[in-house]
Every structure is written in structure tokens, then in C-alpha cells.
Design a protein around this ligand. Sequence first.
Ligand SMILES: CC(C)(COP(=O)(O)OP(=O)(O)OC[C@H]1O[C@@H](n2cnc3c(N)ncnc32)[C@H](O)[C@@H]1OP(=O)(O)O)[C@@H](O)C(=O)NCCC(=O)NCCS
Length: 165
Amino acid sequence: MTEPTLTILPESADDAIAIDRLHERTFGPGRLAKTAYRIREGAGHALALSFTARIGTLLVGSVRLTPVRIAGAPALLLGPLTVEPPFRERGIGQALIERALAEAKARGHRLVLLVGDEPYYGKCGFKRIPKGQVQMPGPVDPARLLVCELEEGAFDGVTGPIRPD
Ligand SMILES: CC(C)(COP(=O)(O)OP(=O)(O)OC[C@H]1O[C@@H](n2cnc3c(N)ncnc32)[C@H](O)[C@@H]1OP(=O)(O)O)[C@@H](O)C(=O)NCCC(=O)NCCS
């Protein structure tokens, strides 16, 4: 028998409950106190820029992008990114990021930020933000504050506080 294939689809409103459960299982209630969560709560993620991974009909992963502003400059905040434990280490996380970045670029976005592990996200083009260039509305380890330019030079001269858009 052949294994059902992986599909990456834009998130739909019907996915909300399954994704909330995935976040709860992965990050627990502590997720609600995180600085990035505060921003996401303020803006709400963009469904058209957020994606689910499915094996057959089973939702096995999710990535969300939320519109933000760095001072006046529009950007997107990536996260949470989550893959169900039995389906990890198969490239699903990278496939979700790549799809979200491609869609953001196609829609004219120029910058994507996140709070996460550089060794993982570096594979998709994220780099550490120089300390002090941007400020989150709460405590964040500066080594985990990363940016991906969807257009070369898009981050040049962009500085200031990150707020929900
Ligand atoms: C992080 C996560 C999304 C990765 O999903 P995945 O589908 O397993 O990732 P991929 O298959 O695309 O990539 C796996 C590779 O990344 C590496 N990797 C996974 N998490 C990593 C991390 N935090 N730091 C560095 N490398 C990491 C794996 O070791 C593996 O390396 P290899 O290709 O050399 O074997 C998944 O582990 C997860 O949901 N974790 C819990 C939630 C989380 O931490 N989310 C990210 C918030 S920063």
C-alpha cells in the first residue's frame, strides 16, 4: 500500500480548533505568556499567508504569519511553527516555512521576522537581527530574534519597536 502524500494548504477557518489543540499539546499553557503571542493576539494571523501540512486528511503541521510593523515598515511575524511529533524529521517544518515565505513574497511582502532557533531557521534564510535594531513589546532573547529579507536590502535602515499591524 502506498503512503498518503504530504500536502501543504492555506489555512482555513475550519482548521482553528485542530491547530489550537496542536499548539496546546506542543507548547502548553505557557505559550500564552510569550512576547510573540502578545503580538499575534493583537493582530491576528493572516489566513492566506498561513499554511497547514496534511498527510491524507490528517493535519500534522501548521505555520502562521501575522502582519506587524517595525516603526512604520510593514513586516510579517512567523510563528508558531509546529509539526506533530510522529511526523517530525521528514522535512515538513521546512516545507511549511518555504511555502509561507514564497506566498508572502508573491504578495509583495519584503520582511519576515520570528523568535526561534537560528540553527533551524537559518536553513531557510533567516539571520540574527543586530542587537537593538528592533524591540519586541516584552522580553526576548536577542540571539533568537531573526529576520528573512524577501527582497535584498529590505531590512536596511529598518529599526524601531515591533507592533501588531
Ligand atoms: C521545530 C519543528 C517545527 C521542526 O519540524 P520538522 O518537520 O521536524 O523539521 P524538518 O524535518 O523540516 O527539519 C528537521 C531538521 O531540523 C533539525 N531541527 C529541528 N528542530 C531544531 C532546532 N530547534 N534547532 C536546530 N535544528 C533543529 C532536526 O534535527 C533535523 O535536522 P537534519 O535535517 O539535519 O536531520 C518541530 O520539531 C516542532 O514542532 N517542534 C516543537 C515546536 C517548536 O519548537 N517550534 C519552533 C518554535 S522556535
